[in-house]
Design a protein around this ligand. Structure first.
Ligand SMILES: Nc1nc2c(ncn2[C@@H]2O[C@H](COP(=O)(O)OP(=O)(O)OP(=O)(O)O)[C@@H](O)[C@H]2O)c(=O)[nH]1
Ligand SMILES: [Mg+2]
Length: 494
């Protein structure tokens, strides 16, 4: 009780003292401020303005420094709805190329676009599920073309182009692509990409749209692709069924949020031939070909109308779509490059940690993690992902990582010991070697967690990155142990 009273008196004394000091300071500051103000007013105008400018500059510099320390930088997220322009994509390509990214695939897209634009041809792509009759429709439009048609799905396995001149004299290239939903790997992507490159997609189905067909249409609509929806094999349906199917197709597109004109949904028959078992005049049975008449008039009308009314917007929309394909390819190449570069950076940091630990130059993970190797690795990985963290963020991340090592270090030692046992001829494992592998494992795990968070968020958020490190450290340790044990042994023998 006595002590309590003593503390209260002491606090009261301190408060009184602080008040006295504050009042004295206030008096002093205001006196000197007023003094300075008086002198400035009576002095020359030059001194007055110079003094005010220096004061303003100091205040601005102080605010800037405080903001840099306290406010976190946010990475600007690009809005995907803004279409890319030619200069945007060229600038991105130049930038990426200078950074060492392999931009050849993206460049190839732009070269092919330029060649296609120079030729003036309009590209129409027949696209749809396997065996819906894409090749048959091309055969119906260009009867002399050597188009492969087969009842067995998967008959078209590559991209084929055929010339077709419509009555308006447009130069048209009809593209036949593999059907989607087949078994061969990679063909769906090949077909989908080719469809996106076309001016106009002729989406061929032969009944109501399946789930995968709906997905494919949705994808094309997201690319702002003009579509004519073709219900082929209309000969299999009577008039009522055909009308119902056409109505349903229209509704499905509307449900997807797309806009399609009624006359851009057409029912046709590609024609061709079917083989049927027929009884011959001698009573024996054999295969006979039955020709189906083609009925594609409405399709030709729909294509001609679209090319007549929308030729300029079609070209503009195709150009934008190809820019987007090029941008997507560039993004894929960039992420590939980032992964490779990060792999090199992590490997180099891990090796340095292993060597440092073996030479006992840097004993203890604290010096390793928070020291030069940890800082350099974090800075380099951030720069690969375009993040420019403040030094404070790097320090915070490393010290948070360090504080999460308490439980991980014994685990890392155990994993390292086990990993080393897998190599014959080591016998009793020297403690130093196991330590070196354990430190290497920690660096490897630290780098990989950082890459994961940087790839997801594009910036270094110390808390998120350290949490990722804590959550996934045991997985990373197990995954890297053989590689790092081998690295340590190689270092030791060399
Ligand atoms: N009844 C009927 N059958 C058709 C019609 N059009 C095509 N077919 C048949 O459908 C089958 C597939 O025709 P294809 O033209 O090879 O179909 P595809 O879409 O090119 O097939 P893939 O290239 O394998 O994706 C063949 O047996 C054709 O004879 C049509 O209008 N009516
Ligand atoms: Mg085909």
């Amino acid at each position: 009780m006595k002590l309590d009273r003593f503390i209260r008196i002491s606090i009261a004394f301190v408060i009184a003292l602080v008040f006295v000091i504050a009042i004295a300071a206030l008096l002093l500051i205001s006196e000197s401020a007023l003094n300075v103000w008086d002198r400035l007013r009576t002095g020359s105008a030059f001194v007055f303005y110079a003094y005010i400018s220096v004061m303003v500059a100091l205040v601005v510099a102080a605010i800037w420094l405080i903001l840099r320390l306290v406010v976190k930088k946010r990475v600007a997220v690009e809005s995907p709805s803004v279409p890319l322009s030619k200069s945007d994509i060229k600038q991105r390509l130049q930038h990426a190329e200078a950074a060492g990214v392999n931009t050849s695939e993206a460049q190839q897209e732009l070269r092919e676009l330029a060649a296609s634009q120079a030729s003036g041809a309009i590209h129409l792509c027949f696209f749809g599920e396997i065996s819906s009759g894409k090749s048959s429709l091309i055969k119906a439009l260009v009867p002399h073309a050597d188009v492969i048609v087969d009842a067995v799905g998967g008959s078209t396995s590559g991209v084929q182009r055929y010339r077709w001149n419509n009555e308006a004299g447009h130069q048209i290239l009809l593209t036949d692509v593999p059907g989607i939903g087949g078994h061969e790997a990679g063909l769906d992507e090949l077909a989908g990409e080719e469809a996106k490159r076309a001016h106009l997609v002729l989406f061929v189905c032969d009944s109501d749209l399946t789930r995968s067909e709906l997905n494919a249409v949705k994808n094309l609509l997201a690319f702002d692709k003009p579509i004519i929806l073709i219900l082929n094999k209309a000969d299999r349906y009577d008039d009522d069924e055909r009308a119902m199917l056409l109505q349903s197709l229209l509704q499905r597109i509307e449900q997807l949020g797309g806009e399609i004109r009624r006359d851009h949904v057409v029912a046709v028959s590609a024609g061709g031939a079917t083989e049927v078992v027929a009884r011959k005049s001698d009573g024996s049975e054999g295969l006979a070909k039955v020709e189906r008449p083609a009925d594609i008039g409405v399709l030709v009308v729909a294509i001609n109308r679209m090319l007549r009314d929308d030729a300029v917007p079609l070209d503009l929309r195709r150009e934008r779509a190809v820019f987007q394909i090029a941008a997507d390819k560039l993004a894929a190449a960039e992420s590939e490059y980032r992964l490779q570069r990060s792999e090199q950076i992590i490997r180099s940091a891990t090796r340095k940690a292993v060597v440092g630990a073996m030479a006992a130059v840097s004993p203890g993970t604290d010096i390793l993690v928070q020291g030069y190797i940890g800082t350099t690795m974090t800075q380099e990985l951030c720069s690969v992902y375009g993040a420019s963290p403040r030094d404070l963020d790097i320090e915070e991340f490393l010290s948070m990582g360090q504080s999460r090592l308490g439980r991980a270090l014994p685990l890392s030692m155990a994993v390292a010991g086990n990993g080393l046992k897998a190599f014959p001829g080591i016998g009793t494992i020297a403690g130093g070697l196991a330590h070196a592998v354990a430190y290497g494992l920690i660096f490897d795990a630290l780098g990989r967690s950082l890459v994961l968070t940087l790839a997801q968020h594009g910036e270094l958020d110390p808390g998120t990155a350290a949490k990722e490190f804590e959550e996934s450290i045991s997985e990373h340790l197990e995954a890297g142990v053989r590689r790092i044990a081998k690295m340590a042994l190689d270092e030791k023998t060399s």
